[in-house]
Design a protein around this ligand. Structure first.
Ligand SMILES: Cc1ncc(COP(=O)(O)O)c(C=O)c1O
Length: 298
């Protein structure tokens, strides 16, 4: 699945640091940390007329990631909320919108890794685009397992939602070459971690399983599914899952803000059914509840 240019996004207004810029002037300096070393943290948000899905969780994760990376000046949630509100208002966006929220360590006085070279303060970017769900959740996606392992805390903690996405991008390139939609990444022990850009769940019998969050982003959509299962007396377990267990699951689905809940209909050439009753129930529960997870900006 390759996203296409949406003409509604031709004249976007984008918030950078302290104000809005038209799309063609929305730029960061070549001295910015995100250019120099991928030294930034980010969130993807989805906008519905009722508000932004799980906004507070996303803001908490953004600020926590920045704290872990020892950013010197982390903006307040109020500042970020106000920047998002200004951006949505300027673009007249209330629905079918995805926001890429990035916080970079800011501009350096000269190129180099050392964060002490960052003397201009951090830089918040609010890029809101008209973007319906990125996958066709009716037909589902096909994936391959990648030779590229997802990093755990022994190298770079996957709980930091940082912009250093190269291992996931390499997995996506392998999927592209194989003509599939996403790369399934294992952890360093060979258990399933996640897809290159979304979390994974497997349904077997009366239970829904998801990998421990040791080597995957603890996704907010993942947390919502766990929450919904708990509220609806559906057995949900975090577990070490092998590829064989995924191939033989009754149903598999991916979760993420960009695509919400997407059936995985093939892994490494093995077909996975998408009509299992429990999986359908979870997909429907999510669809009917998502708007209750929306939070207005003010
Ligand atoms: C690697 C990875 N896994 C999973 C997710 C899904 O996370 P969320 O549900 O918070 O959007 C993302 C989204 O940014 C991601 O980049």
């Amino acid at each position: 699945m390759l996203q296409k240019f949406d003409p509604r996004n031709a004249n976007l207004k984008i918030f950078i640091k302290d104000r809005l810029y038209p799309r063609d002037q929305a730029k960061v300096s070549v001295f910015d940390s995100v250019v120099q070393g991928g030294d930034a943290v980010w969130e993807g948000l989805r906008v519905y007329p009722e508000g932004i899905v799980c906004l507070d969780h996303h803001l908490n994760r953004l600020l926590a990631s920045a704290k872990t990376l020892a950013f010197a000046d982390i903006p307040s949630k109020e500042f970020v909320r106000s920047a998002i509100a200004q951006t949505l208002a300027a673009n007249n966006m209330t629905d079918q919108t995805h926001i890429r929220l990035t916080l970079t360590r800011g501009e350096k006085i000269t190129s180099g890794m050392d964060p002490r070279l960052n003397q201009e303060g951090s830089c918040l970017i609010v890029l809101a685009e008209f973007k319906p769900l990125v996958y066709d959740n009716a037909s589902g996606i096909k994936v391959i397992s990648s030779s590229q392992r997802r990093n755990g805390p022994e190298f770079l903690d996957s709980k930091i939602h940082h912009n250093n996405l190269l291992n996931n991008i390499l997995a996506k390139i392998q999927a592209n070459i194989a003509g599939k939609d996403a790369g399934l990444m294992l952890d360093q022990r060979g258990f399933v971690a996640e897809l290159n850009g979304s979390n994974l769940f497997a349904v077997k019998g009366d239970t829904v399983y998801t990998p421990y969050a040791h080597a995957c982003l603890p996704g907010i959509t993942r947390a919502t599914v766990i929450d919904l299962c708990g509220q609806n007396d559906i057995k949900i377990k975090e577990a070490d899952l092998s590829l064989s267990e995924m191939y033989n699951a009754d149903g598999v689905f991916a979760t993420g803000t960009m695509g919400e809940l997407t059936p995985v209909v093939e892994i490494d050439g093995r077909s996975i059914a998408s009509d299992h009753e429990l999986m359908r129930r979870v997909l429907t529960l999510f669809k009917t509840s998502i708007r209750y997870y929306c939070e207005p900006l003010i």
